[in-house]
Design a binder for this molecule. Sequence first.
Ligand SMILES: Cc1cc2nc3c(=O)[nH]c(=O)nc-3n(C[C@H](O)[C@H](O)[C@H](O)COP(=O)(O)O)c2cc1C
Length: 265
Amino acid sequence: MRILMINGSPHKGNTWRAMCAAREEILKEDPYVIFEEIHLSSLKLPFCTGCSLCFRKGRDYCPHSSIMKEVFDKMEAADGLIFGASTFYMAPNALAKNLIDHWSFFTHRPHFFKNKALVVSTTAGVFANKTVDFIAGALQSIGYNKCFKLPITAYSWNVYDPDEKARQKIKKVSLKFYKDVASGKLHEPGIGLMIPYNLFRGMGLNYVKGSEYETEDGVYWTDPKRVKATYDPSIKVSFYKKPFGMLFYLVGKWSARFITITYRK
Ligand SMILES: Cc1cc2nc3c(=O)[nH]c(=O)nc-3n(C[C@H](O)[C@H](O)[C@H](O)COP(=O)(O)O)c2cc1C
């Protein structure tokens, strides 16, 4: 099993310590797990410029695609991802948010359907839960099949040393994550995930090849394997959820009659 650790914090601080504690617990359970690290502070990823080329023409057109390709390839190849971010002002720190900005086009065209993640954040006092909720949502919106959350109140600047209670929490959540990844089980999506998927599926038809504002969304949503499915065909969806998917697909398709996202040609 391969696990990628992305440290979104600007340093190897409290969040990194919590991530390392999670790694220790997993290695106690299975010493053969291979870990790889990306530290965003060393990645030198410039800020997203807002050019929107990733949305319109595809990820290879991003001005930072050489850096992002490596990150995406590693995210895809890993069986599991441990993503850590510091809680700064009640939200993910800027470096972590910048990475999320660079993958946000995948929300229109989800991709990582077989991947699972453990999201970690530390805070001095409050709001780590908000940070992990935001990041887990961002990962699920790009396809992540399951996200486990580990928000930690560290009561510390830079010298966090998890106490026994925190270690127990870290152990419990990390092992749940590890076991889920090891099981190879793919979970079916909740309605909350099927709604945006099917809205984009319907709205995407506004941007097919040859339309006034064609984009990569149009290519993705007209892929024959996707046209009739209420979620990615590799993931099972119970029969009773399919009508909800269909309903939101029709809402997306209907709303596309009134709303078109334009761009300068
Ligand atoms: C710029 C900045 C903003 C912060 N904002 C919050 C906050 O909103 N709530 C809080 O409880 N702690 C806040 N803190 C404290 C950090 O969340 C806490 O020290 C955290 O463990 C830092 O993680 P790190 O060492 O991985 O960067 C902030 C710290 C900094 C430097």
